[in-house]
Write a protein that binds this ligand. Structure first.
Ligand code: SF4
Length: 552
C-alpha cells in the first residue's frame, strides 16, 4: 500500500499580525490573575502609599508591586529572582505589572520594608471585602495552629536552661572564692560587704574578683586558686554580660536561634529525619471560615494553649469585633481560654483533653482513678474515692500559669490508704492520696461539653477537620510553603500575610468557578426538564405513567 505524505499545519515564526492581540486578550476571563487584579484594585492602599516619602527617583506603583507579589505566592513563586524573571517571561505577570520589570532587589525591598506594619491592614481589608460579599463568615470561625520552619540555620540554638546553669555556676564558684579569700585574708576583706551572689551582675562580679585578687596578692595561696582568680577576672564579667544579652533576647522563651533571634526551637510534625529534632520555627495560628483565612497571627510560643488570647485580641483589633462562635481542638481547652471566651461572650466549641474519652465508655472505664471520674458531694464539699472512702477538703491553693493566669485549686485528701488493695493503680504517693480540683474549670468544661454535644456542636465537630486543617495542607503540601524565606517575626508576618492573601484569592476563584458550574448545571437541568415536558406532552406513551403528572 502506498504511504501517504504527511501534512503539517503552517509554522512561520516571522508571521506578522495586522492587529496584534493585547496581553488582556490573551488572558482567560476566569483566570485567577483577574481575581488578584480586581481585589487589589478595590482595596484602600492609603497606608501603603504613606510609606513613600516623595522626592528622588520615581518608584514603581505599590499597587502593581503588591499584585505581582500576591500572584507570585499564588503561583508558588516565592523567590524575588524568580519573580523578576516572571515579569519578563510570564504573560500573567507582564499583564499585572503593565510590562514594568522591577528587579529582584526592588521586589525584595518592597516585600520586607514597605509592607512592614501594613500587611495586616491589607489582609484585613481583603477579608472585610470578602465578608461584605458573603464569601466569609466572621461570626463563626475554626481556629488551629501549625509550625512553620524559620529560614535560620538548624544548628544555631541558644538554650535558656544553659544560660541559667552558666549563671548559677559562676555565682556558686564566686561565693566559694569569696569564702576562701575571707579565710586567707580576713583583715583585708574585713570592711568589705560581700556581693549578692544570687542576683549576679557583671560589674559587681568584676569588682568582687578584683577585691579577692588584691586581698590574695601577697598571700601564700595554691597555684590552682591563683589560676582560677586570673581566669575569673578575664572571663566571668564578659560571660555574664553575654548571658544578660541572651536573656533579653529570650524574653521568657526556652530557646532561640543565633541566625534568626525571633525563632524558637520547636518540635515539628513533619520531621523528615524522623529523629524528633527540634527546629527553629514560628507557631502560625489561623481562624478560618469555609477554608478562607479570616485572621492569622504569628507566635514565638510552641504551645497552642497560650496563643488563643492574643490571637483573638488581634482578631478584634484588625476586624472590628471578635467572633461569636469558636471551634477548636483539645489543644486549646485550658481553664484560662474557657474563662477568656466566656468573659468575651464567645461560644466555646472547644474540646478538653478528656472530651473524647467521655464519648467512649470503654475509654472512660480505663481512667476511673482520675479526679474527673470521682463522685463529688456538693453539700458536704467532699469527694469519694474509687473504694468509696470519703476525701475531705483540706484547703485551697492558688496556682499561677506560665502566662500569669491564676487558678484556684481546692485540695481533698483520702482518710486512710493503708492496706487498700487497689492502691498501686490509684496513686504513687507514700501518704494518703491528695487530689487538686478547680471547680471553676469543671463548670466551664461542663458548659463546653454541653455545647459540643448539641446538634450544632456535632455539626461543628464534623466540619472542623475539613475547614481549618485542609488549609495547612493546601499551604504546606500544594503550595510547598514549608519554610519562611525571611528572618525576624515582622518579616515572617509579611510573608505569611502574602501566603494567606494568595490562599484566600485562590479559594475565591474556586468558589466563583463552583458558582458558575452550579449555575450552568441548573440551566442545563431546567432546559432538559423543559424538553422532556414538551416531548411528554407530545408523546405521552413513551414516558412512565408516574412521571407524566410530575412533568406536566
Ligand atoms: S488508695 Fe486510697 S484513695 Fe485510692 S482507692 Fe484506695 S483508699 Fe481510696
Amino acid at each position: 500500500m502506498k504511504r501517504q505524505k504527511p501534512t503539517f499545519k503552517p509554522y512561520d515564526q516571522g508571521q506578522l499580525m495586522v492587529l496584534p492581540p493585547t496581553l488582556e486578550e490573551l488572558i482567560a476571563a476566569d483566570h485567577p490573575v483577574r481575581v488578584v487584579n480586581q481585589i487589589i484594585d478595590k482595596i484602600n492602599l492609603v497606608p501603603l502609599l504613606k510609606k513613600y516619602k516623595g522626592g528622588g527617583c520615581s518608584s514603581y506603583h505599590p499597587r502593581m508591586m503588591l499584585k505581582v507579589l500576591i500572584y507570585g505566592y499564588l503561583s508558588n513563586i516565592y523567590s524575588s529572582r524568580k519573580l523578576e524573571a516572571a515579569t519578563r517571561e510570564n504573560i500573567y505577570f507582564m499583564w499585572l505589572s503593565g510590562m514594568e520589570q522591577p528587579d529582584h532587589n526592588t521586589l525584595n525591598r518592597f516585600r520586607s520594608e514597605r509592607l512592614k506594619g501594613i500587611i495586616k491592614q491589607i489582609f484585613s481589608e481583603v477579608v472585610l471585602l470578602m465578608a461584605s460579599s458573603g464569601h466569609v463568615d466572621l461570626q463563626q470561625v475554626y481556629t488551629d495552629g501549625t509550625k512553620i520552619e524559620s529560614s535560620a540555620n538548624r544548628y544555631t540554638f541558644v538554650w535558656g536552661k544553659a544560660i541559667k546553669t552558666s549563671r548559677e555556676r559562676i555565682s556558686k564558684q564566686l561565693e566559694e572564692l569569696w569564702q576562701y579569700a575571707e579565710q586567707v585574708a580576713k583583715q583585708e576583706l574585713a570592711d568589705q560587704t560581700p556581693t549578692q551572689f544570687a542576683a549576679i551582675d557583671p560589674e559587681e562580679v568584676r569588682k568582687t574578683i578584683e577585691l579577692i585578687d588584691r586581698a590574695l596578692e601577697d598571700k601564700p595561696v595554691a597555684k590552682k586558686i591563683r589560676q582560677k582568680v586570673k581566669y575569673a577576672k578575664k572571663h566571668w564579667p564578659g560571660q555574664l554580660k553575654s548571658c544578660q544579652e541572651k536573656e533579653s533576647i529570650l524574653e521568657g522563651r526556652n530557646s532561640y536561634s543565633k541566625t534568626d533571634k525571633d525563632a524558637t526551637f520547636m518540635r515539628m510534625k513533619e520531621d523528615h529525619m524522623g529523629n524528633g529534632q527540634l527546629k527553629p520555627a514560628y507557631n502560625v495560628q489561623i481562624s478560618t471560615s469555609d477554608q478562607i483565612i479570616a485572621h492569622y497571627s504569628i507566635h514565638q510560643n510552641p504551645t497552642d494553649t497560650l496563643t488563643l488570647k492574643s490571637h483573638l485580641d488581634t482578631f478584634q483589633q484588625e476586624l472590628g469585633a471578635k467572633p461569636k462562635e469558636l471551634v477548636a481542638d483539645a489543644g486549646y481547652g485550658s481553664e484560662e481560654n474557657y474563662d477568656y471566651l466566656a468573659s468575651n461572650q464567645i461560644e466555646a466549641y472547644v474540646k478538653d483533653n478528656y472530651f473524647d474519652k467521655t464519648q467512649h465508655k470503654n475509654e472512660l472505664a480505663k481512667g476511673n482513678f482520675h479526679p474527673d471520674n470521682l463522685h463529688y458531694n456538693n453539700d458536704l464539699n467532699c469527694y469519694y474515692c474509687p473504694m468509696g472512702q470519703h476525701m475531705k477538703f483540706i484547703g485551697n491553693k492558688v496556682e499561677t500559669t506560665k502566662s500569669g493566669y491564676q487558678r484556684r485549686l481546692s485540695r481533698y485528701q483520702a482518710c486512710n490508704c493503708n492496706g487498700c488493695p487497689i492502691r498501686g493503680a490509684c496513686h504513687k504517693s507514700e501518704n494518703d492520696r491528695i487530689i487538686e480540683v478547680s471547680h471553676h474549670l469543671i463548670e466551664l468544661r461542663k458548659r463546653a461539653r454541653e455545647l459540643l454535644n448539641s446538634e450544632k456542636g456535632v455539626a461543628h465537630r464534623k466540619k472542623r477537620p475539613v475547614d481549618v486543617e485542609p488549609v495547612f495542607g493546601m499551604i504546606k503540601q500544594n503550595r510547598g510553603f514549608r519554610r519562611f524565606l525571611l528572618k525576624g517575626i515582622e518579616k515572617v508576618t509579611i510573608e505569611f500575610g502574602l501566603v494567606a492573601l494568595a490562599h484566600n484569592m485562590m479559594k475565591l476563584c474556586t468558589l466563583i468557578d463552583l458558582k458558575g458550574f452550579l449555575a450552568a448545571f441548573l440551566h442545563l437541568l431546567l432546559y432538559t426538564l423543559s424538553c422532556i415536558t414538551i416531548n411528554a406532552r407530545l408523546q405521552k406513551r413513551f414516558l412512565p405513567a408516574k412521571l407524566i403528572p410530575i412533568l406536566s
